[in-house]
Design a protein around this ligand. Structure first.
Ligand code: PCP
Ligand code: ZN
Length: 383
């Protein structure tokens, strides 16, 4: 049986999921009898620039660092950041040197996806938005993508195995493949078979854009399923899309003209925040895929900022151990630890690990609330 080429949890936990130069660094420092006590900070931008991002990936980062003789402070999952450290590790450098690769990978990728998901969330705050992009990424990170979407406040996701990990049910509609398997002209048979075969609690959402005009296929769906039809999905391929907003409004009109005001219109396919803002008043739900799953990872780096109690940093980075604060006006301030911070500043880096022991619980719903509250406080996405 051919194995998947996937770096597994054991390689990550054992520190084998690392860049080779960290193994060389370990050998060199051990050879020289050096293993300084350091403070290292995870930072994307040194100074706030008004561009907030969502901090995610903390649970996996904690699992990686747990059991190592380090103390770690970090922002909470779902908090927004704009410059300065999001995490701080204190300990002997060789205790965590090789973990840097996976640590940054966990934080960078999840924070990028969560930030993109928040872009979608704030673009359609009162409309259900679902994460549908698992197909665009390596299956081993599907749970990260879907968790990041939920942290940002999205209403659901499509990946089944991710749902088992997250303890939440995946959701979805129907693919074009189903309609094609029944053949051109047999959309009604496909809708009927779906209704007969799929568990009662699954919403009946008919995909109405495979062969014919969207309105024509929508009317065929309502004729076929009647009151059993919950919604229709329009995923019109870009070569035919034209004015998607007009198509959605026409479908809405024709449904209402026939007394089907209760049938929702769900749209997907190449959607991002701009499309959600443009469509949110004429549709009832969105599936967003690539905009979230393909988001660029946040460019975090891990930098030593103190060695044996003395400030240290490479060029371009800021030496000394820092604190970051949220001020009541939604500001994000970075200052040196031990120096007075803003009078109304709430310190954002809190204990995550002490002496290698995890001292924080992870609650996905709490993270979602935190994102919503912090996004409002900092005015994320306000135009
Ligand atoms: O990544 P995005 O562009 O935002 O798309 C996400 C949607 C669109 C895509 O449609 P198809 O590619 O037609 O796939 P299917 O036929 O399976 O619906 C599929 O339905 C995904 O759920
Ligand atoms: Zn399709």
């Amino acid at each position: 049986m051919t194995e998947f080429d996937i770096v597994g949890p054991e390689a990550i936990r054992e520190g084998v999921a690392t860049d080779a130069y960290f193994e060389r660094t370990e050998a060199t420092l051990r050879h020289a009898g050096k293993n300084p006590r350091v403070v290292a900070e995870v930072t994307a931008d040194q100074f706030p620039d008004g561009d907030f991002e969502v901090f995610a990936g903390v649970k996996d980062a904690a699992a990686l660092l747990e059991g190592h003789d380090v103390d770690v402070d970090a922002m909470f999952e779902g908090q927004l950041f704009d410059g300065g450290p999001v995490m701080r590790i204190e300990g002997n450098y060789l205790e965590f040197a090789r973990l840097e690769t996976s640590l940054l990978g966990f934080l960078s990728h999840a924070s990028g996806c969560a930030t993109a998901a928040l872009d979608a969330r704030v673009a359609a705050p009162n409309t259900p938005v679902f994460s549908f992009g698992a197909r665009h990424v390596h299956p081993s990170i599907a749970a990260m993508v879907e968790r990041s979407a939920l942290v940002a406040g999205l209403d659901g996701f499509s990946h089944v195995a991710a749902g088992e990990i997250l303890g939440k049910d995946a959701s979805g509609t129907m693919p074009h493949a189903l309609l094609i398997a029944f053949g051109r002209g047999n959309q009604a048979d496909a809708f009927r078979a779906f209704d007969d075969a799929v568990p009662e609690d699954v919403p009946r959402v008919a995909l109405c854009d495979t062969y014919g005009d969207e309105t024509e296929e929508v009317l065929r769906a309502v004729e076929t399923l009647g009151d059993d039809l919950d919604s229709v999905r329009l995923d019109t391929t870009s070569s035919r899309r034209g004015d998607f907003r007009h198509i959605a409004r026409e479908v809405r009109w024709e449904l209402d003209a026939r007394g089907h005001e209760d049938v929702g219109i769900f749209v997907s396919g190449g959607l991002g925040p701009a499309e959600l803002r443009h469509l949110r008043d004429v549709v009832d739900g969105f599936g967003v895929g690539g905009y979230i799953s393909n988001a660029n990872p946040v460019d975090f780096a891990l930098d030593i900022v103190e060695v044996d109690g003395e400030p240290a940093a490479k060029r371009g980075k800021l030496s000394g151990v820092k604190e970051v604060y949220r001020t009541t006006d939604g500001g994000h301030h970075v200052g040196l630890r031990g120096r007075p911070g803003p009078t109304d500043g709430e310190s954002l880096l809190e204990p995550l690990i002490r002496d290698g022991e995890l001292v924080r619980e992870f609650d996905l719903d709490a993270a979602t609330r935190r994102t919503r509250e912090d996004a409002e406080k900092v005015g994320f996405g306000e135009e």
